[in-house]
Design a protein around this ligand. Sequence first.
Ligand code: ZN
Length: 469
Amino acid sequence: MIGKTGLRILVITWVLFVVAAPDASAQRTSIKPGINSFSPQQDIQLGRHAAAEVEQKLPMCNDPKVDAYLTKVGQRLVEHLNTRGIDYPWEFHCVNDKAINAFALPGGFVFINRGAIEAADSEAQLAGVMAHELSHVALRHGTNQATKAQYAQLGAGIMGAAGSLFGGAAGAAAAGAGNLTFGSVLLHYSRGAETQADVMGTQVLYDSGYDPRAMAAFFENLNASAESKGPPEFFSDHPNPDHRIERVETEIRKLGGVPEGAQKDSAEFEAIKREVAALPAPSKAKPVRPAGSKSGGLGAIPRPESPSESSEYLRYGKATIAYPANWKRYGKKNDVVLVPSGGVIDSGNGQGVLGWGVIAGIANRKEKNPNSGEALRNGTQSLIASLQKENDAMEVDKGPSDFTVAGLPALSTYLHNDSPAGGTETDWLVTVIGPQGLYYYVFVSPESDFPRFKPAFENIVNSVQFQTK
Ligand SMILES: [Zn+2]
Protein backbone atom coordinates (compact mmCIF):
# COMPACT_ATOMS: atom_id res chain seq x y z
CA MET A 1 0.00 0.00 0.00
CA ILE A 2 2.76 2.42 0.90
CA GLY A 3 4.56 1.72 -2.33
CA LYS A 4 1.46 2.30 -4.41
CA THR A 5 0.60 5.58 -2.71
CA GLY A 6 4.13 6.81 -3.17
CA LEU A 7 4.01 5.98 -6.84
CA ARG A 8 0.78 7.86 -7.32
CA ILE A 9 2.14 11.01 -5.72
CA LEU A 10 5.17 10.87 -7.96
CA VAL A 11 3.01 10.55 -11.06
CA ILE A 12 0.79 13.46 -10.10
CA THR A 13 3.76 15.72 -9.37
CA TRP A 14 5.27 14.83 -12.68
CA VAL A 15 2.08 15.64 -14.57
CA LEU A 16 1.88 19.02 -12.84
CA PHE A 17 5.46 19.74 -13.75
CA VAL A 18 4.85 18.94 -17.38
CA VAL A 19 1.78 21.14 -17.47
CA ALA A 20 3.59 23.99 -15.74
CA ALA A 21 6.73 23.81 -17.85
CA PRO A 22 5.59 25.64 -21.02
CA ASP A 23 4.67 28.80 -19.05
CA ALA A 24 8.09 28.98 -17.51
CA SER A 25 10.03 28.66 -20.76
CA ALA A 26 8.51 31.33 -23.02
CA GLN A 27 8.42 30.65 -26.75
CA ARG A 28 11.70 28.92 -27.42
CA THR A 29 11.68 25.56 -29.16
CA SER A 30 12.12 22.72 -26.72
CA ILE A 31 14.49 20.02 -27.91
CA LYS A 32 14.68 16.43 -26.75
CA PRO A 33 17.56 14.02 -27.29
CA GLY A 34 16.80 10.85 -29.28
CA ILE A 35 17.09 7.22 -28.23
CA ASN A 36 20.39 6.24 -26.68
CA SER A 37 21.54 2.87 -25.39
CA PHE A 38 24.74 4.38 -23.96
CA SER A 39 25.05 5.93 -20.52
CA PRO A 40 26.39 9.51 -20.22
CA GLN A 41 29.41 7.95 -18.52
CA GLN A 42 30.00 5.85 -21.63
CA ASP A 43 29.81 9.02 -23.74
CA ILE A 44 32.63 10.44 -21.66
CA GLN A 45 34.71 7.25 -21.78
CA LEU A 46 34.24 6.83 -25.51
CA GLY A 47 34.97 10.51 -26.15
CA ARG A 48 38.06 10.56 -23.94
CA HIS A 49 39.46 7.52 -25.69
CA ALA A 50 38.74 8.94 -29.14
CA ALA A 51 40.12 12.37 -28.15
CA ALA A 52 43.44 10.81 -27.17
CA GLU A 53 43.51 9.20 -30.59
CA VAL A 54 42.61 12.43 -32.35
CA GLU A 55 45.43 14.26 -30.60
CA GLN A 56 47.82 11.53 -31.62
CA LYS A 57 46.73 11.38 -35.23
CA LEU A 58 45.64 14.84 -36.28
CA PRO A 59 48.09 17.74 -36.42
CA MET A 60 47.29 19.95 -33.42
CA CYS A 61 47.97 23.69 -33.25
CA ASN A 62 49.74 23.16 -29.91
CA ASP A 63 49.33 26.84 -29.15
CA PRO A 64 48.36 27.32 -25.49
CA LYS A 65 47.12 30.87 -26.18
CA VAL A 66 44.67 29.66 -28.81
CA ASP A 67 43.45 26.70 -26.76
CA ALA A 68 43.00 28.96 -23.70
CA TYR A 69 40.93 31.38 -25.75
CA LEU A 70 38.77 28.56 -27.18
CA THR A 71 38.31 27.25 -23.64
CA LYS A 72 37.24 30.67 -22.39
CA VAL A 73 34.63 31.12 -25.12
CA GLY A 74 33.57 27.47 -24.74
CA GLN A 75 33.09 27.75 -20.97
CA ARG A 76 31.03 30.91 -21.38
CA LEU A 77 28.69 28.96 -23.67
CA VAL A 78 28.68 25.85 -21.48
CA GLU A 79 27.28 27.93 -18.62
CA HIS A 80 24.13 28.41 -20.68
CA LEU A 81 23.94 24.91 -22.09
CA ASN A 82 21.32 22.47 -20.86
CA THR A 83 23.29 19.28 -20.26
CA ARG A 84 20.42 17.65 -18.36
CA GLY A 85 22.43 17.54 -15.18
CA ILE A 86 25.44 15.80 -16.71
CA ASP A 87 28.83 17.24 -15.82
CA TYR A 88 30.99 16.87 -18.92
CA PRO A 89 34.80 17.25 -18.72
CA TRP A 90 34.91 19.94 -21.42
CA GLU A 91 38.09 20.29 -23.45
CA PHE A 92 38.71 22.63 -26.36
CA HIS A 93 41.56 22.24 -28.82
CA CYS A 94 42.68 23.89 -32.02
CA VAL A 95 43.55 21.56 -34.93
CA ASN A 96 46.20 22.73 -37.37
CA ASP A 97 44.06 22.08 -40.41
CA LYS A 98 43.01 24.78 -42.86
CA ALA A 99 39.80 22.99 -43.84
CA ILE A 100 36.79 24.81 -42.42
CA ASN A 101 35.55 22.33 -39.86
CA ALA A 102 34.91 21.62 -36.22
CA PHE A 103 33.78 18.52 -34.42
CA ALA A 104 32.86 17.46 -30.92
CA LEU A 105 33.29 13.95 -29.59
CA PRO A 106 30.77 12.50 -27.15
CA GLY A 107 31.46 13.60 -23.58
CA GLY A 108 32.60 17.14 -24.43
CA PHE A 109 35.89 16.94 -26.35
CA VAL A 110 35.69 19.78 -28.85
CA PHE A 111 38.10 20.27 -31.77
CA ILE A 112 38.11 23.43 -33.87
CA ASN A 113 40.16 23.58 -37.05
CA ARG A 114 42.25 26.69 -37.53
CA GLY A 115 40.36 26.98 -40.83
CA ALA A 116 37.13 27.58 -38.92
CA ILE A 117 38.74 30.30 -36.78
CA GLU A 118 40.15 31.95 -39.92
CA ALA A 119 36.79 31.73 -41.72
CA ALA A 120 34.84 33.33 -38.83
CA ASP A 121 34.32 37.07 -39.19
CA SER A 122 33.78 37.69 -35.49
CA GLU A 123 33.91 36.12 -32.06
CA ALA A 124 30.14 35.67 -32.22
CA GLN A 125 30.49 33.60 -35.42
CA LEU A 126 33.14 31.39 -33.86
CA ALA A 127 30.95 31.11 -30.74
CA GLY A 128 28.10 30.10 -33.07
CA VAL A 129 30.09 27.18 -34.47
CA MET A 130 31.10 26.19 -30.96
CA ALA A 131 27.54 26.47 -29.62
CA HIS A 132 26.46 24.17 -32.46
CA GLU A 133 29.13 21.63 -31.45
CA LEU A 134 28.28 21.87 -27.74
CA SER A 135 24.65 21.17 -28.58
CA HIS A 136 25.66 17.94 -30.34
CA VAL A 137 27.39 16.92 -27.09
CA ALA A 138 24.51 17.92 -24.80
CA LEU A 139 21.97 16.16 -27.03
CA ARG A 140 24.35 13.16 -27.19
CA HIS A 141 23.98 12.94 -30.97
CA GLY A 142 27.14 10.82 -31.40
CA THR A 143 25.96 7.90 -29.33
CA ASN A 144 22.40 8.45 -30.55
CA GLN A 145 23.76 7.77 -34.06
CA ALA A 146 25.70 4.77 -32.76
CA THR A 147 22.55 3.46 -31.10
CA LYS A 148 20.59 3.73 -34.33
CA ALA A 149 23.43 2.06 -36.24
CA GLN A 150 23.36 -0.81 -33.80
CA TYR A 151 19.65 -1.28 -34.22
CA ALA A 152 20.14 -1.42 -37.96
CA GLN A 153 23.32 -3.48 -38.02
CA LEU A 154 22.95 -5.96 -35.22
CA GLY A 155 19.68 -7.12 -36.68
CA ALA A 156 21.21 -7.66 -40.10
CA GLY A 157 24.77 -8.89 -39.76
CA ILE A 158 26.74 -10.27 -36.90
CA MET A 159 30.42 -9.78 -37.45
CA GLY A 160 29.78 -6.47 -39.11
CA ALA A 161 28.30 -5.08 -35.94
CA ALA A 162 31.45 -4.10 -34.14
CA GLY A 163 32.84 -2.63 -37.32
CA SER A 164 29.91 -0.39 -37.98
CA LEU A 165 29.89 0.82 -34.41
CA PHE A 166 33.49 1.86 -34.31
CA GLY A 167 34.29 3.09 -37.75
CA GLY A 168 32.66 2.90 -41.08
CA ALA A 169 33.85 5.09 -43.89
CA ALA A 170 36.12 7.70 -42.40
CA GLY A 171 34.44 10.85 -41.20
CA ALA A 172 35.77 14.04 -42.70
CA ALA A 173 37.45 15.02 -39.45
CA ALA A 174 39.36 11.79 -39.46
CA ALA A 175 40.07 11.55 -43.16
CA GLY A 176 43.40 9.88 -43.70
CA ALA A 177 43.95 9.48 -40.00
CA GLY A 178 42.99 5.82 -39.82
CA ASN A 179 40.11 6.44 -37.47
CA LEU A 180 39.02 3.72 -35.18
CA THR A 181 36.63 5.00 -32.61
CA PHE A 182 35.48 8.26 -34.10
CA GLY A 183 34.34 7.44 -37.58
CA SER A 184 31.25 8.23 -39.50
CA VAL A 185 28.99 6.75 -36.85
CA LEU A 186 30.00 9.09 -34.06
CA LEU A 187 30.44 12.15 -36.22
CA HIS A 188 28.19 11.85 -39.21
CA TYR A 189 25.02 13.45 -37.98
CA SER A 190 21.59 13.26 -39.52
CA ARG A 191 19.97 16.42 -40.88
CA GLY A 192 17.50 16.23 -38.00
CA ALA A 193 20.39 16.32 -35.53
CA GLU A 194 21.86 19.26 -37.43
CA THR A 195 18.66 21.26 -37.10
CA GLN A 196 18.52 20.46 -33.39
CA ALA A 197 22.12 21.63 -32.93
CA ASP A 198 21.41 24.80 -34.93
CA VAL A 199 18.32 25.66 -32.89
CA MET A 200 19.83 24.82 -29.52
CA GLY A 201 23.07 26.53 -30.52
CA THR A 202 21.12 29.69 -31.37
CA GLN A 203 19.51 29.60 -27.92
CA VAL A 204 22.90 29.13 -26.22
CA LEU A 205 24.37 32.00 -28.23
CA TYR A 206 21.44 34.22 -27.25
CA ASP A 207 21.62 33.24 -23.57
CA SER A 208 25.38 33.84 -23.50
CA GLY A 209 25.00 37.42 -24.66
CA TYR A 210 26.21 36.92 -28.23
CA ASP A 211 24.38 38.18 -31.27
CA PRO A 212 22.45 35.04 -32.28
CA ARG A 213 22.41 36.12 -35.95
CA ALA A 214 26.10 35.12 -36.03
CA MET A 215 25.02 31.47 -36.31
CA ALA A 216 23.24 32.10 -39.60
CA ALA A 217 25.99 34.47 -40.77
CA PHE A 218 28.63 31.77 -40.42
CA PHE A 219 26.57 29.36 -42.51
CA GLU A 220 26.09 32.09 -45.11
CA ASN A 221 29.87 32.47 -45.22
CA LEU A 222 30.21 28.73 -45.74
CA ASN A 223 27.62 28.76 -48.52
CA ALA A 224 29.43 31.63 -50.23
CA SER A 225 32.77 29.87 -49.98
CA ALA A 226 31.14 26.69 -51.31
CA GLU A 227 30.28 28.50 -54.54
CA SER A 228 33.90 29.36 -55.24
CA LYS A 229 35.85 26.56 -53.55
CA GLY A 230 33.41 23.66 -53.35
CA PRO A 231 31.57 22.51 -50.23
CA PRO A 232 33.60 23.04 -47.05
CA GLU A 233 34.47 20.04 -44.94
CA PHE A 234 32.06 21.25 -42.27
CA PHE A 235 29.13 20.13 -44.41
CA SER A 236 30.38 16.56 -44.69
CA ASP A 237 30.33 16.20 -40.88
CA HIS A 238 27.34 18.49 -40.44
CA PRO A 239 25.09 17.95 -43.47
CA ASN A 240 23.09 21.00 -44.47
CA PRO A 241 19.45 20.59 -43.45
CA ASP A 242 16.80 22.30 -45.57
CA HIS A 243 16.18 25.95 -44.74
CA ARG A 244 19.09 26.05 -42.30
CA ILE A 245 19.37 29.81 -42.20
CA GLU A 246 15.61 30.39 -42.09
CA ARG A 247 15.35 28.00 -39.14
CA VAL A 248 17.93 29.99 -37.18
CA GLU A 249 16.09 33.24 -37.99
CA THR A 250 12.78 31.73 -36.85
CA GLU A 251 14.35 30.75 -33.54
CA ILE A 252 15.71 34.27 -33.02
CA ARG A 253 12.16 35.61 -33.52
CA LYS A 254 10.84 33.06 -31.01
CA LEU A 255 13.45 34.26 -28.51
CA GLY A 256 12.14 37.79 -28.91
CA GLY A 257 14.62 39.14 -31.45
CA VAL A 258 18.21 40.24 -31.16
CA PRO A 259 18.81 41.64 -27.67
CA GLU A 260 20.19 45.14 -27.40
CA GLY A 261 23.90 45.19 -26.75
CA ALA A 262 24.39 41.60 -27.94
CA GLN A 263 28.09 41.02 -28.47
CA LYS A 264 29.42 40.61 -31.98
CA ASP A 265 33.17 40.71 -31.72
CA SER A 266 36.10 41.24 -29.38
CA ALA A 267 39.63 42.59 -29.70
CA GLU A 268 40.80 39.27 -28.29
CA PHE A 269 39.23 37.36 -31.18
CA GLU A 270 41.03 39.53 -33.71
CA ALA A 271 44.32 38.94 -31.84
CA ILE A 272 43.73 35.17 -31.79
CA LYS A 273 42.94 35.21 -35.48
CA ARG A 274 46.33 36.84 -36.13
CA GLU A 275 47.96 34.29 -33.82
CA VAL A 276 46.37 31.45 -35.80
CA ALA A 277 47.34 32.98 -39.14
CA ALA A 278 50.97 32.99 -37.97
CA LEU A 279 50.96 29.30 -37.01
CA PRO A 280 53.30 27.05 -38.99
CA ALA A 281 51.76 25.26 -41.94
CA PRO A 282 49.93 22.07 -40.99
CA SER A 283 52.29 19.13 -40.87
CA LYS A 284 51.42 15.88 -42.57
CA ALA A 285 49.38 13.48 -40.46
CA LYS A 286 51.54 11.89 -37.79
CA PRO A 287 52.59 8.30 -38.26
CA VAL A 288 50.43 5.94 -36.29
CA ARG A 289 52.33 4.14 -33.57
CA PRO A 290 50.20 2.44 -30.97
CA ALA A 291 51.27 3.43 -27.48
CA GLY A 292 52.40 0.76 -25.03
CA SER A 293 52.75 -1.77 -27.81
CA LYS A 294 53.68 -5.23 -26.59
CA SER A 295 54.93 -7.86 -28.91
CA GLY A 296 53.05 -11.10 -28.84
CA GLY A 297 53.66 -12.61 -32.23
CA LEU A 298 51.10 -10.21 -33.60
CA GLY A 299 53.37 -7.72 -35.28
CA ALA A 300 52.58 -4.08 -34.62
CA ILE A 301 49.14 -4.65 -33.10
CA PRO A 302 49.27 -4.25 -29.33
CA ARG A 303 47.57 -7.02 -27.40
CA PRO A 304 44.77 -5.99 -25.07
CA GLU A 305 45.49 -6.33 -21.38
CA SER A 306 44.42 -9.59 -19.76
CA PRO A 307 40.83 -9.91 -18.58
CA SER A 308 40.39 -8.72 -15.00
CA GLU A 309 39.32 -11.06 -12.22
CA SER A 310 36.45 -8.84 -11.15
CA SER A 311 33.21 -8.93 -13.09
CA GLU A 312 30.52 -6.69 -14.43
CA TYR A 313 27.04 -8.07 -14.91
CA LEU A 314 24.87 -7.61 -17.92
CA ARG A 315 21.26 -8.43 -18.54
CA TYR A 316 20.09 -8.76 -22.11
CA GLY A 317 17.03 -10.47 -23.46
CA LYS A 318 16.17 -12.87 -20.64
CA ALA A 319 19.78 -13.75 -19.89
CA THR A 320 22.29 -12.50 -17.35
CA ILE A 321 26.02 -12.87 -17.91
CA ALA A 322 29.14 -11.81 -16.07
CA TYR A 323 32.13 -10.46 -17.99
CA PRO A 324 35.54 -9.03 -17.03
CA ALA A 325 35.18 -5.61 -15.43
CA ASN A 326 37.93 -4.10 -17.60
CA TRP A 327 35.98 -4.79 -20.80
CA LYS A 328 33.67 -2.35 -22.48
CA ARG A 329 30.17 -3.08 -23.50
CA TYR A 330 28.39 -1.78 -26.55
CA GLY A 331 25.01 -2.62 -27.86
CA LYS A 332 21.33 -2.49 -27.33
CA LYS A 333 18.96 -4.55 -25.26
CA ASN A 334 19.27 -7.92 -26.99
CA ASP A 335 22.54 -7.74 -28.92
CA VAL A 336 25.79 -6.80 -27.26
CA VAL A 337 29.48 -6.67 -28.02
CA LEU A 338 31.92 -6.98 -25.11
CA VAL A 339 35.41 -5.80 -25.91
CA PRO A 340 38.70 -5.55 -24.01
CA SER A 341 40.37 -2.17 -24.45
CA GLY A 342 42.29 -2.42 -27.72
CA GLY A 343 40.14 -5.33 -28.90
CA VAL A 344 38.94 -3.44 -31.95
CA ILE A 345 41.51 -3.09 -34.69
CA ASP A 346 41.82 -0.59 -37.48
CA SER A 347 41.51 -2.61 -40.67
CA GLY A 348 43.41 0.06 -42.55
CA ASN A 349 40.49 1.43 -44.56
CA GLY A 350 38.94 3.38 -41.74
CA GLN A 351 36.93 0.40 -40.55
CA GLY A 352 37.14 -0.96 -37.02
CA VAL A 353 37.10 -4.75 -36.80
CA LEU A 354 36.70 -6.94 -33.74
CA GLY A 355 40.02 -8.66 -32.96
CA TRP A 356 39.35 -9.71 -29.37
CA GLY A 357 36.01 -9.94 -27.61
CA VAL A 358 32.56 -11.44 -27.56
CA ILE A 359 29.48 -10.91 -29.63
CA ALA A 360 26.34 -12.03 -27.83
CA GLY A 361 22.90 -12.00 -29.34
CA ILE A 362 19.64 -13.75 -29.92
CA ALA A 363 18.67 -15.25 -33.26
CA ASN A 364 15.82 -17.44 -34.45
CA ARG A 365 13.36 -15.93 -32.02
CA LYS A 366 10.55 -18.30 -32.93
CA GLU A 367 12.23 -21.28 -31.32
CA LYS A 368 11.72 -21.38 -27.58
CA ASN A 369 11.87 -25.06 -26.70
CA PRO A 370 15.28 -25.56 -25.07
CA ASN A 371 15.09 -29.31 -25.55
CA SER A 372 14.47 -29.28 -29.29
CA GLY A 373 17.75 -30.76 -30.45
CA GLU A 374 16.77 -30.32 -34.06
CA ALA A 375 15.96 -26.63 -33.67
CA LEU A 376 19.28 -26.08 -31.87
CA ARG A 377 21.20 -27.86 -34.62
CA ASN A 378 19.38 -26.09 -37.48
CA GLY A 379 19.60 -22.71 -35.81
CA THR A 380 23.31 -23.16 -35.21
CA GLN A 381 23.91 -24.24 -38.80
CA SER A 382 22.14 -21.21 -40.24
CA LEU A 383 24.04 -18.94 -37.83
CA ILE A 384 27.33 -20.45 -39.02
CA ALA A 385 26.21 -19.91 -42.62
CA SER A 386 25.50 -16.24 -41.94
CA LEU A 387 28.84 -15.81 -40.17
CA GLN A 388 30.57 -17.33 -43.19
CA LYS A 389 28.66 -15.03 -45.50
CA GLU A 390 30.07 -12.03 -43.62
CA ASN A 391 33.55 -13.53 -43.34
CA ASP A 392 35.01 -15.03 -46.53
CA ALA A 393 37.83 -16.91 -44.81
CA MET A 394 35.77 -18.42 -42.02
CA GLU A 395 35.72 -22.21 -41.76
CA VAL A 396 34.54 -24.74 -39.20
CA ASP A 397 37.37 -26.60 -37.42
CA LYS A 398 35.49 -28.68 -34.89
CA GLY A 399 31.86 -29.34 -34.02
CA PRO A 400 29.12 -28.51 -33.53
CA SER A 401 29.46 -30.78 -30.52
CA ASP A 402 27.28 -31.24 -27.48
CA PHE A 403 27.75 -28.76 -24.69
CA THR A 404 25.80 -27.39 -21.73
CA VAL A 405 24.88 -23.81 -20.91
CA ALA A 406 22.85 -22.90 -17.82
CA GLY A 407 21.93 -26.55 -17.48
CA LEU A 408 20.40 -26.63 -20.97
CA PRO A 409 21.53 -28.57 -24.03
CA ALA A 410 23.89 -26.41 -26.09
CA LEU A 411 26.37 -26.70 -28.95
CA SER A 412 30.01 -25.70 -29.12
CA THR A 413 31.68 -25.01 -32.46
CA TYR A 414 35.22 -23.92 -33.21
CA LEU A 415 35.86 -21.92 -36.36
CA HIS A 416 38.82 -20.07 -37.76
CA ASN A 417 39.06 -16.89 -39.75
CA ASP A 418 41.69 -14.35 -40.80
CA SER A 419 42.46 -12.18 -37.79
CA PRO A 420 42.54 -8.42 -38.31
CA ALA A 421 45.59 -8.57 -35.99
CA GLY A 422 47.37 -10.74 -38.57
CA GLY A 423 47.55 -14.51 -38.71
CA THR A 424 44.68 -16.82 -37.88
CA GLU A 425 41.79 -16.07 -35.62
CA THR A 426 39.94 -18.56 -33.44
CA ASP A 427 36.19 -18.12 -33.16
CA TRP A 428 34.42 -20.14 -30.54
CA LEU A 429 30.68 -20.25 -31.09
CA VAL A 430 28.35 -21.38 -28.31
CA THR A 431 24.62 -21.71 -28.98
CA VAL A 432 21.71 -22.56 -26.72
CA ILE A 433 17.95 -22.18 -26.99
CA GLY A 434 16.84 -19.86 -24.19
CA PRO A 435 13.58 -18.11 -23.33
CA GLN A 436 13.52 -15.87 -26.41
CA GLY A 437 15.13 -17.97 -29.10
CA LEU A 438 18.63 -19.08 -30.03
CA TYR A 439 21.14 -17.33 -27.77
CA TYR A 440 24.60 -17.23 -29.33
CA TYR A 441 28.05 -16.19 -28.17
CA VAL A 442 30.92 -15.70 -30.59
CA PHE A 443 34.24 -15.52 -28.71
CA VAL A 444 36.93 -13.96 -30.87
CA SER A 445 40.72 -13.85 -30.44
CA PRO A 446 43.81 -14.32 -32.57
CA GLU A 447 44.71 -18.00 -32.42
CA SER A 448 48.08 -17.25 -30.77
CA ASP A 449 46.38 -15.29 -27.99
CA PHE A 450 43.34 -17.55 -27.56
CA PRO A 451 44.79 -19.49 -24.58
CA ARG A 452 45.19 -16.22 -22.65
CA PHE A 453 41.53 -15.31 -23.20
CA LYS A 454 39.97 -18.76 -23.07
CA PRO A 455 39.47 -18.83 -19.26
CA ALA A 456 37.59 -15.52 -19.44
CA PHE A 457 35.49 -16.82 -22.35
CA GLU A 458 34.65 -19.97 -20.36
CA ASN A 459 33.75 -17.88 -17.32
CA ILE A 460 31.29 -15.94 -19.44
CA VAL A 461 29.66 -19.14 -20.72
CA ASN A 462 29.51 -20.54 -17.18
CA SER A 463 27.90 -17.37 -15.89
CA VAL A 464 24.93 -17.48 -18.27
CA GLN A 465 21.61 -17.60 -16.44
CA PHE A 466 18.14 -17.43 -17.91
CA GLN A 467 15.09 -15.98 -16.27
CA THR A 468 12.60 -18.78 -16.12
CA LYS A 469 9.38 -16.76 -16.38
ZN1 ZN B 1 26.50 19.59 -36.64
